[in-house]
Design a protein around this ligand. Structure first.
Ligand code: SF4
Length: 330
């Protein structure tokens, strides 16, 4: 049985925005954006956890909070049993070697004036405080380029000489340089055509098998999450509304929001295509989320009590969790 690598308990990440001039004049304070609101989940070692939802649902903020790139209001993030939010600078540095990020905008993450060899070597040099033997460094960069199927010649080139797919490979090479045990990939194939995206997915699966890496796969692309992840959670307006094994959720989706998202996924064969459930209206503002169930303003099955009572996340059986009044705990 897979062991827990990351445990998140009751995490809340809020942002504060200034109100308009008139509100401030009448002494009103700051607006609170409930980006991540009381989220708990577990990521198992050696597996891929997919996190899906429309843009603005809080999935990227949740990932950034794990890396302490944003500060949460409350909650606990345990990595190998140690609370990331309470780590001292030395332990935090060790954590940041074991846990790496791959962002969607790889060009934006690379210094355009540095060669790719230097970009990949940078984390190694930082770890060794600049004291790495040149020959060893060269061999490491060559090994990493080979691991992501790039030529050795790439080391002498600059980022703008690479295609979008190659830039992602460079990002992957840099991410695995320090032998991480955990990688968060935030929309890692966005903007790529289907065949290039497929090669990146296959590369990352190969690396996971070879290096025993655990992934947090953040994406709005449900087909990709279905293909890549073992476990998944669906987020809506800062909350998890459904969570469990990916195969269980795709086979027996329980939450009306998950049903709508999955119904919109294009299928290879027309016979497998579900009838699309169109959601009315826009996703509400996380500054003033609806009372009761946050999805009630768009839910096709809304009931009276949905406005008053917030549905808890309950277990429908075998760890398949859902937050909706249509279901009862198993
Ligand atoms: Fe829809 Fe009510 Fe379920 Fe929310 S709790 S998803 S509004 S039925």
């Amino acid at each position: 049985m897979a062991i827990d690598l990351i445990e998140i308990h009751n995490l809340k990440t809020y942002f504060y925005q200034n109100k308009g001039f008139l509100s401030r004049l009448f002494g009103e304070g700051l607006k609170t954006v409930h980006a991540v609101d009381d989220v708990s989940l577990t990521i198992k070692k050696g597996r891929t956890f997919g996190l899906v939802g429309e843009s603005g649902c809080g999935k990227s903020t949740l990932g950034q909070t794990i890396f302490r790139l944003v500060k949460p209001q409350s909650g606990e993030i345990l990595f190998q049993g140690r609370d990331v939010l309470k780590m001292d600078p030395k332990t935090l540095m060790e954590f940041r070697q074991k846990a790496q990020l791959i962002f969607q905008d790889q060009y934006g993450c690379m210094n355009p004036r540095m060669t790719v060899g230097k970009i990949i070597a940078e984390p190694l040099l930082m770890r060794e405080k600049g004291k790495m033997d040149k020959q060893n460094l060269f061999q490491e960069v060559a090994r990493l380029l080979q691991a992501v199927n790039l030529d050795l010649d790439s080391a002498a080139k600059f980022p703008n000489e690479f295609s979008g797919g190659q830039a992602r490979r460079i990002g992957v090479a840099r991410a695995i340089a320090l032998n991480p045990v955990f990688i968060m990939a935030d929309e890692p194939t966005s903007g790529l055509d289907i065949s290039t995206a497929a090669t990146i997915l296959n590369l990352m699966q190969d690396l996971q098998d070879k290096l025993d890496i655990t992934y947090l796969w953040v994406s709005h692309n449900l087909n990709q999450v279905k293909y890549m992840s073992d476990d998944m959670a669906v987020m809506y307006l800062g909350k998890i509304v459904e969570m469990g094994l990916t195969k269980d959720i795709f086979n027996e989706m329980a939450h009306p929001y998950t049903k709508a998202l999955i119904s919109a996924v294009p299928q290879v064969s027309a016979s497998l295509q579900r009838e699309t459930i169109f959601l009315e209206g826009e996703i509400p503002s996380p500054i003033n989320p609806p009372s009761g169930c946050r999805f009630r303003t768009r839910c096709p099955q809304v009931m009276k009590k949905c406005k008053i009572h917030e549905p808890p996340l309950i277990d429908l059986g075998s760890g398949h969790l859902c937050a909706c009044h249509l279901h009862r705990e198993n």
